[in-house]
Design a protein around this ligand. Sequence first.
Ligand SMILES: C[S@@+](CC[C@H](N)C(=O)[O-])C[C@H]1O[C@@H](n2cnc3c(N)ncnc32)[C@H](O)[C@@H]1O
Length: 215
Amino acid sequence: MVGVTCREDRDANRLSAESLAAGDPVGWFERLYAEAGRGTAIVPWDRGAPNAMLVQWAAGVFGDGATAMVVGCGLGRDAEFVASLGFRTHAFDVSPTAIETARARHPDTAVRYEVADLLALPARWCRAFDLVVESHNVQSLPPELHATVSAAVASLVAPGGTLLVLAAAGDGTAKGPPWPLTHEEIEAFAVDDLTIVSADLVAIDVPRWRAVFER
Ligand SMILES: C[S@@+](CC[C@H](N)C(=O)[O-])C[C@H]1O[C@@H](n2cnc3c(N)ncnc32)[C@H](O)[C@@H]1O
């Protein structure tokens, strides 16, 4: 049987395959954003609206000047939404082109966009944010990195703060990217004194996790 690859996934599949074969699980993101900037590739997660699961979770949430960090923010769609809730919002991505494009798309933004690597976070961000949003980033990295990057995400949450994790749900057998997260991998965000409040399976297009943690 011949497999079918959707047009929107084709460039990500090509670039990730090349990058992973070269032993570099991260480099393809920058290449994808750069090609998309030249009009020669499609970023599959570049959608016109903020993530529906984030919007749903945020009903009745008001930032009132609290701090937020949007992890792996890509082109800024979710970061702009979080800022619209009244959070003093920071956002980072490993791809310089993604950050440049996010700033260009939102010239009047209140979001502080920065280039940073989840695998080497600045010390000043440790336990610094009242709300941390992690959406579909950990699953885009190989499973052997999941525990390390989940702990890095968790380290951003301030005392009294909240972590929202959105991810595709899987049984650990996927040949990614992406590598959807198992229940154990969701629980692995609860490191140190971060505790899990809820982990709900939500059926949208595919089964997805919406998990909430508090410190
Ligand atoms: C599948 S996309 C998800 C983007 C966005 N969070 C969303 O939900 O639409 C994964 C994002 O994580 C970023 N990323 C991958 N590895 C990273 C790392 N080590 N540090 C920071 N960002 C990373 C990529 O550049 C990309 O923007």
